[in-house]
Design a protein around this ligand. Structure first.
Ligand code: DC
Length: 220
């Protein structure tokens, strides 16, 4: 069994930025489980399925194989052998991932892959249900959050930098909807594990958060 660090939290809390840096410092593998849900979402969109078509999504799961690899230390997602990493951050893909991740067949499909990775390697895995469901025995659990306004601002700045037109209010509404969906779904909802350390990054720098997580890993 590797040393397992679970980082959960809502959209835009900075999980991937933080987890990537902490993984580098600890020389652990970073596993972005949201990217796996996004990988399956690409498959559903390719087939012309709408997020509301739950039966078609459950069916389409059967012919999708999501695998993970690393290129220069950066996680790559393959869908039936094709590297689709470049398509994952699309808003449409994020929306489909958020909706389709509530479907049991979608979660079952990815659970095994996530657990197998953690079994054999030292990993920092981020997502929504890692500490509560995927790795309930993780050595360190962190619930990373920030206020809705802070998260919306961060995402807004990211999109503006990429030259994507949007408004802060639009992004804030999107984040609120995603929080609601992720935390109220029946299976594996977003929730702080009882034994997770809560970190609110609203008033913290990236380095401060990374330092705190690395310290938690070294203490154990
Ligand atoms: O972290 P992200 O935005 O890339 O995740 C995309 C969607 O995938 C998110 O809205 C909810 C879902 N997800 C999940 O249900 N469980 C996880 N462990 C990770 C992501």
């Amino acid at each position: 069994m590797g040393f397992n660090v679970a980082i959960d939290g809502p959209a835009g809390a900075g999980k991937s930025t933080i987890a990537k840096l902490a993984a580098k410092e600890l020389d652990f593998i970073y596993v972005d489980t949201g990217a796996m849900y996004r990988g399956l979402a690409v498959h559903f969109l390719k087939k012309g399925i709408e997020p509301e078509e739950t039966d078609r999504i459950a069916q389409a799961c059967k012919e999708a194989e999501v695998t993970i690899g690393y290129e220069n230390g950066i996680q790559q997602i393959y869908l039936n052998g094709e590297n689709i990493t470049g398509r994952l951050r699309d808003e449409k893909v994020g929306n489909m991932a958020s909706k389709s991740s509530a479907i049991p067949q979608v979660r079952e499909k990815l659970l095994e892959l996530q657990r197998t990775l953690a079994k054999t390697k030292d990993v920092i895995m981020d997502g929504r249900d890692i500490g509560t469901c995927v790795l309930p025995d993780a050595d360190v659990k962190v619930f990373l959050t920030a206020s809705v306004r802070t998260r919306a601002k961060r995402r807004y700045e990211e999109l503006v930098e990429k030259g994507i037109a949007c408004t802060l209010n639009e992004i804030e509404k999107d984040i609120q909807e995603r929080d609601e969906r992720d935390s109220t779904r029946k299976i594996a909802p977003l929730k702080q594990a009882e034994d997770a350390v809560l970190i609110d990054s609203s008033e913290m720098t990236v380095n401060e958060v990374v330092k705190q997580i690395v310290a938690l890993c070294k203490r154990d």
